[in-house]
Design a protein around this ligand. Structure first.
Ligand code: ZN
Ligand code: ZN
Length: 96
């Protein structure tokens, strides 16, 4: 039994960031991969990088972005979060 869906492998069919086209991960996958980075690979820096690939989905236009792009490029909103660069909608974290 493993909590990791695909140990060491590449996911080809996963969702991609609308801006940078890198593969993004749902919250549960990010947590699983971070655990592996810290406890198996002993690499907290890798865990940080995985965090930046967390996926967020616009609740209005359904476009998906990585955390990294949102932090660097998306406009802020009055709630202290980020707004969708395309439609100004709010984001929800992706799961899976
Ligand atoms: Zn991105
Ligand atoms: Zn949007």
């Amino acid at each position: 039994m493993s909590i990791f869906k695909n140990p060491g492998g590449q996911r080809n069919a996963g969702p991609k960031c609308e801006m940078c086209r890198t593969v993004i991960y749902g919250e549960e996958t990010v947590i699983a991969r971070q655990k592996r980075a810290v406890y198996v690979n002993l690499n907290p820096f890798e865990a940080q990088q995985i965090e930046q690939k967390s996926g967020y989905r616009c609740t209005s236009c359904r476009r998906e972005y990585c955390k990294d792009c949102l932090e660097k490029k998306a406009p802020g909103n009055i709630y202290g979060g980020k707004s969708c660069p395309r439609c100004g909608g709010r984001f929800e974290i992706m799961h899976g």
